[in-house]
Design a binder for this molecule. Sequence first.
Ligand code: HEM
Length: 396
Amino acid sequence: TEADARTAAPQCPVAFPLRRPGRPFPPPEYATYRGGAGLVRSELPSGPVWLVTRHEDVRAVLTDPRISADPSKPGFPKAGRTGGAPSQYEVPGWFVAMDPPEHGRFRKTLIPEFTVRKVRELRPVIQQIVDERIDAMLAAGTSADLVESFALPVPSLVISSLLGVPKVDRDFFEDRTRVLVRLSSTDEERDKATQALLRYLGRLIQIKQRRPGDDLISRLIAAGTLSRQELSGVAMLLLIAGHETTANNIGLGVVQLLTNPRWIGDDRIVEELLRYYSVADLVAFRVAVEDVEIGGQLIRAGEGIVPLIAAANHDATAFAAPSEFDPERSARSHVAFGYGVHQCLGQNLVREEMDIAYRTLFARIPSLTLAVPVEELPLKYDGVLFGLHELPVTWK
Ligand code: HEM
């Protein structure tokens, strides 16, 4: 019976998310589950969920049409801080929370904007943004918090430039998006910032309708497949999805390079960093809308599913010696960007941003060092993303 299956299924003994107590990542419990039944039961504030740990099973979850990404479906898991702010998901155009076929209308319109070729054209823009941030750091002294002064502003400036946000409004944009990613923000503050950004984007779209420019919003307007409201939601999603995720990878990558300088200047680190840290471990929540079997385990309709991206990316059946950081391995089959129809739209952009950020930072500040011992860096595991709260650095 169903009750028997539940009691027979292994249970994760501690509340989620698990902490990552040190290096190597991810939490050691993941290996135990992966080597055991693969799927385990756990509890989130929203109720019981299945944690999925094997590379093969995570891919199966993310491609099964009986499994939904729509948070309005009964049983959909909610963790910690996203549990408190569901309003984001009610924004029209928030296509990461849509299932096919509705999702496809958005995805098809957006895909041409994020191809390898298209993103390559953005290199000079990214380079300029990175250089300007470094100029500002150098002008301000010989030490900085690299999260605050580099890792966070770079991705948000890249996205606002891509969208066509005028330069004079970039500070407004930075401030509001900072509220959204800051852990200490209250739900009310986050709601206010979301509303302010949506209003701003609505006005920007109106202006671009009258006077189109060479930017993503103008091209989406010209494509004519999305309403104005949906366009603001899409712009907002791009802004949020690409901000802290990219910032965390930039920060963690800098630490990895400072402690492993032989990889400086080698672009193969990018893919391995994505796999190794798997910062978006807990973002791809799902719910079964029909009964479905994953990895030999029956999941009932209405049961929440959390595919653990970090667990899949450290599965030894997919990556030999997974807890070793080895840029020479072929890491391309990682699921750091998810898998299936929702696989990260911004992945080509991220690769360029990470590569340009590391190259430029170490070329322009060769004396860059950590200002605190690596063990004392404040790690972030209290949200849905893994990263660094701060990255104090100095230079000569
Ligand atoms: C989707 C990770 C950067 C835009 C996703 C998903 C993951 C992910 C795991 C799948 C979510 C799911 O299946 O529910 C990351 C990581 C990033 C990153 C690790 C940085 C290192 C970006 C950037 C952008 C972006 C820079 C902006 C252009 C999106 C969008 C989706 C998405 C729009 C939804 C795609 C869809 O539903 O079709 N990302 N992302 N991401 N990402 Fe990223």
